[in-house]
Design a protein around this ligand. Structure first.
Ligand code: UDP
Length: 451
């Protein structure tokens, strides 16, 4: 058992209940446990992690009373409710640990690791005088991009007029006004969201699931602004092995289906854990897949096509056309899919985890970003790393885009660039540089504990 001047070192880690945030938190927890920290995952009872997959961690469910609050309809309200309701429970739990320190021989000191969407944990840590660290599962680029919005709004440039959309945002190269987060939402909601995401409590450090060479400029901006250590420890999924962190069951049967396809022939389509499609758009996607004549593996998350439980939106004729050409699943083992040699392209919403996973496997991408950091990530993919292009979801356009990516000369060039990116990631992971970053992070955290 880890000791630090006689006390056990307990990390209380507080993930938000989103798939793309839960995964890096559990990966980091697994690593830190291997470095002799005791870990409590304090999670909301909405979308709880499967504790049986992580027997080395202690789980503390926090009552969030969020049932009935629709996360996709009211993101800000959902997180306000969750933060309000989880705060007292976490506070009481930490007080218990602190009081036990005075009375028992089994003493513990505590450091809190949370996200910006679980800011209640930062407030609780601050109130109790405990050190707090922010873990970020989004791209680093997202931070300066949402930070600049209030100033742009003050100057009359957000929401941007049409004449600015294609322009680079001053100080945010390579990002354009049209890439900024929260476009299309009412401005009061956007400002509320930016306010909610902005850290307000004292932080000891940031930990980012990214790699320095991918996001140098954004990381420099963050370091200049916050003046606390910023550790870049990505891509976590390549450094730390964990059991499944998925909320939904992974349909592993798709791997044996992939085994039967030709090398680099399959387009893998997944829009992550939150994005939803209208029926009409989903039908266009289906026609595009059929007409491309390429084998496809399509993740249709249950409920992700509005108004339907799963794939009942497919008209009979279209459903028949699709048979034998591809596979539709509810949730895939995405990391294994992207690592499979028959997958030739990834049609993605460009969530940061999906982006890192594709870069790590050298898979070129069709980008269909929706919101938050996805448009920024897509800009990296298309204009900086040049390993993908944006897909226009219209009849005729989709099939052309899939062919362009999978069988065209241009697609081959993108694949080459994607493989160069993969090589850089491999070097960073295999020469120990990434592990060293993680180790340094662990050493830094251990110094935060009260002896
Ligand atoms: N994912 C998965 N199976 C699927 C679809 C997605 O395992 O069928 C995982 C994917 O590997 C990634 C996460 O879900 O780790 C999605 O996170 P991301 O940041 O890409 O997007 P979000 O869901 O947050 O929008």
């Amino acid at each position: 058992m880890a000791e630090n001047g006689g006390r056990r070192r307990r990390l209380v880690m507080v993930p938000s209940p989103l798939q793309g945030h839960m995964t890096p938190m559990l990966q980091l927890a697994t690593y830190l446990h291997s470095q002799n920290f005791s870990i409590t995952i304090a999670h909301s009872d909405f979308n709880p992690p499967d504790s049986s997959n992580h027997p080395h961690l202690t789980f503390l469910p926090l009552p969030s009373n969020t049932s009935g609050t629709d996360i996709s309809a009211g993101f800000t309200n959902f997180f306000k409710t969750l933060n309000n309701n989880c705060k007292t429970h976490l506070h009481n739990h930490l007080i218990q640990i602190i009081n036990a320190q005075n009375n028992s021989s089994d003493k513990e000191s505590v450091v809190v690791i949370h996200e910006n969407l679980t800011f209640f944990a930062g407030t609780v840590a601050c109130d109790l005088g405990l050190p707090a660290i922010l873990l970020r599962g989004s791209s680093a680029a997202f931070f300066p991009a949402f930070n600049i919005i209030p100033k742009l709004h003050q100057d009359g440039n957000f929401p941007p007029p049409d004449s600015l959309l294609q322009e680079i945002v001053p100080g945010l190269y390579p990002f354009r006004y049209k890439d900024l987060p929260f476009l299309g939402r009412p401005i009061d909601q956007t400002l509320e969201m930016v306010n909610m995401l902005t850290p307000k409590t004292t932080l000891s450090a940031f930990i980012w699931n990214t790699i320095e060479f991918l996001e140098e400029s954004a990381l420099t901006q963050i370091r200049n602004e916050y003046k606390v250590p910023v550790f870049t420890i990505g891509p976590l999924h390549k450094i730390v092995t964990t059991c499944s962190t998925s909320f939904l069951e992974e349909d592993t049967s798709c791997i044996s289906w992939l085994d039967k396809q030709a090398p680099k022939s399959v387009v893998y389509v997944s829009l992550g854990s939150l994005a939803n499609l209208d029926e009409k758009v989903a039908i266009e996607v289906a026609w595009g897949l059929v007409n491309s004549n390429q084998p496809f593996l399509w993740v249709v998350r249950p409920g992700s096509v509005r108004g339907f439980e799963w794939i009942e939106f497919l008209p009979e004729g279209l459903a028949d056309e699709m048979k034998g050409r591809g596979l539709i699943v509810k949730w895939a083992p995405q990391k294994s899919v992207l690592a499979h040699n028959t997958v030739g392209g990834f049609w993605s919403h460009c969530g940061w985890n999906s982006t890192l996973e594709s870069v790590s496997e050298g898979v070129p991408m069709l980008c269909q970003p929706f919101d938050v950091d996805q448009l920024l990530n897509a800009r990296y993919l298309t204009d900086v790393w040049k390993m993908g292009f944006e897909v226009v979801v219209e009849r005729g356009e989709i099939e052309g885009a899939i062919k362009r990516l999978l069988v065209g000369e241009e697609g081959e060039e993108m694949r080459q660039r994607a493989m160069q990116m993969q090589e850089k990631v491999k070097v960073a992971v295999s020469d120990g540089d990434r592990k060293m970053y993680l180790k340094r992070t662990g050493i830094y955290i251990s110094r935060l504990f009260i002896p």
